[in-house]
Ligand binder design. Structure first.
Ligand code: ATP
Length: 319
């Protein structure tokens, strides 16, 4: 029977990680389990930074951004001797199961532990929304709202100066933040893997807008694709717009989670505890068509995040 459950947060922090942590701890305690937190992700696991917690630990964290048990990256977690060390530590602490809250990298780490025989459950939390086994990750909704809030403010200043703003957003290699932000902001352009740059088309449109004396233009660019400053220079040369770049950076990770992220964290984490208690094996939980689902961990890590069909057409139609 499962008696002791440990939880860690790993990878890039995401708003709603604390809400997920809160539900894991409270649900575990409700079922009479001993609950433990691990500080600093897999690094803290290997170093044995593991502490028993009670319900007081979860007070006033549902609305807090970041992760109170911190996160870290440990690239060497791929190495067999590091996995063995992690399992030795878990065994020393008599932990029966581990819940990891993070993105696809975190799930690969959990999968390695599971392959070595340790039961693990993953809860998807990353602002990038790049996890295949869920429609939406915890943190995506908050980051999207933050981006929209920033762009609303930029519009005020760029329209006062008739500028074209090129705004770089996060997403790693997933264009969801860029595309959803473009739709929510009515942006003039979006450049991401799923909607690549077509320079001549973009410049033609901006030239037309300039000729019509439009106040501003907003172009949203996904990170890791191109040099946004070089593109801004080309926009100036080719269109007559004055261009400015804004890299929103880690601002996008911060802030109090939206209600949507808190509810998502609650539903997914409650199911994670359920899986652990019923000893259903190592799994990743997710949300598909507004229903909580789960997949065996070795299947989930190979699932590719699906581009939402129709989004690109909507963007093209409305630009
Ligand atoms: P985000 O995408 O939001 O940053 P993530 O969980 O994908 O979240 P990563 O930095 O990719 O973030 O991974 C977090 C940690 O998971 C890594 O620091 C490493 O310890 C572990 N990890 C990543 N990839 C692997 C892998 N292939 N095998 C084992 N462990 C891994």
């Amino acid at each position: 029977m499962v008696r002791k459950i440990a939880i860690l947060t790993s990878g890039g922090d995401a708003p709603g990680m604390n809400a997920a942590l809160r539900v894991c701890i409270r649900a575990g305690l409700y079922y009479g389990k001993e609950m433990y937190v691990i500080y600093d992700g897999f690094r803290g696991l290997v170093e044995g930074d593991i502490h028993q917690v009670n319900k007081d630990f979860t007070q006033d964290i549902i609305n807090r951004g970041g992760t109170i048990i911190r996160s870290a990256r440990l690239p060497e977690f791929k190495e067999p001797e590091v996995i063995k060390k992690a399992i030795d530590v878990l065994t020393d602490f008599e932990i029966d199961a581990l819940i990891g809250i993070g993105g696809d990298g975190t799930f690969r780490g959990l999968n390695d532990l599971a392959k070595a025989g340790f039961p693990c459950v993953g809860v998807p939390a990353t602002i990038d929304n790049d996890v295949g086994s869920t429609d939406q990750t915890i943190g995506f909704s908050t980051a999207l709202n933050t981006i929209c809030d920033c762009i609303d403010k930029l519009k005020d200043t760029s329209s006062s100066h008739q500028r074209c703003s090129l705004i770089e957003v996060m997403g790693r290699h997933c264009g969801d933040l860029a595309m959803y932000a473009a739709l929510a902001e009515g942006a003039e352009g979006v450049i991401c893997v799923e909607h690549p740059l077509k320079k001549e088309q973009l410049f033609k449109k901006l030239r037309k807008m300039k000729a019509q004396n439009k106040n501003h233009a907003i172009i949203i660019v996904s990170e890791n694709l191109l040099d946004i400053n070089a593109l801004a220079a080309e926009v100036e040369k080719e269109t007559g717009f004055t261009a400015r770049t804004e890299v929103l950076g880690r601002l996008q990770r911060g802030g109090s989670p939206t209600a949507n992220d808190r509810i998502l964290a609650t539903r997914l984490s409650a199911r994670a505890i359920d899986i652990v208690i019923k000893e259903e094996g190592s799994k990743i939980v997710g949300m598909k068509n507004n229903a909580v689902v789960d997949y065996p961990i070795q299947d989930a890590v190979n699932m590719k995040h699906e581009y939402v069909h129709g989004l690109r057409d909507l963007i093209d139609m409305l630009q």
